[in-house]
Write a protein that binds this ligand. Structure first.
Ligand SMILES: [Zn+2]
Length: 228
């Protein structure tokens, strides 16, 4: 019988290699993942993704009083070998921790949960369709969730507070996504560029206005934080 000590001694180089490989794996997987939501990913401010033809030539209008967007939407693309290239399937809105986060449009809360990567999350299924699509909005990294699954929510109503919960948040921000599906009960809704759906038109970030009538004109979204 070989003792554990002898085994370790004989296989020292082999085990060291495994340790090295695991470390390499960590660097290859976790660091790009952490970087994808970091504040150092800055060039996206004031830009609309170039890979999205309908918005290619649309200038983005950012109201002066709106909290900024340090990172915009980048679709996940597949390379020639069918590997997915990391994208960013929403927009990051930077503001102070505990800033109120508000519903971008009216609907029903279909998820209010915590996860290791996105932290505290709320998902709203909206009442009105966008053309043939049902629409959901996602709110990640919240410091506090104020709503539960099944709650009805009105546009502009506070749903939680902004934070930096979850491994993908390295500074306080709201990761906001818009997702669509032709089938309402579909589990997976596809992320789309939120800049297409603002109340004032594509590329025109629209602050929520208290008292404004949003009932006409089909589906559109308001900025999910108040403008100052
Ligand atoms: Zn993000």
């Amino acid at each position: 019988m070989q003792s554990a000590g002898q085994y370790l001694k004989q296989n020292y180089f082999y085990l060291r290699d495994i340790r090295k490989s695991l470390a390499l794996l960590f660097y290859l997987i976790c660091i790009p993942l952490l970087c994808s939501c970091g504040p150092w990913n800055l060039p996206a401010y004031g830009y609309i993704d170039k890979d999205d033809p309908p918005l290619k030539s649309t200038p983005m209008l950012m109201p002066e009083n709106a909290p900024s967007i340090p990172q915009g939407f980048k679709p996940v693309l597949k390379n020639d070998y069918d590997f997915e290239i990391a994208g960013h399937e929403g927009v990051d809105i930077k503001a102070k921790k505990y800033t109120p986060v508000i519903a971008a449009a009216s609907g029903t809360v279909i998820d209010s949960s915590w996860g290791p990567f996105y932290g505290h999350q709320i998902i709203i299924l909206h009442d009105t369709k966008q053309g043939r699509f049902f629409v959901q909005s996602y709110y990640w990294h919240l410091s506090k969730r104020l709503l539960q699954v099944g709650d009805e929510v009105k546009r502009g109503q506070q749903i939680g507070t902004l934070g930096s919960t979850g491994l993908l948040a390295s500074y306080p921000h709201l990761h906001f996504e818009v997702r669509v599906s032709e089938i309402k009960d579909q589990t997976y809704y596809s992320p789309v560029n939120p800049h297409k759906y603002w109340t004032n038109g594509a590329g025109k970030i629209s602050c929520y206005e208290n008292g404004k009538d949003y009932s006409t004109g089909g589906f559109s979204i308001s900025y999910p934080v108040f403008c100052k």
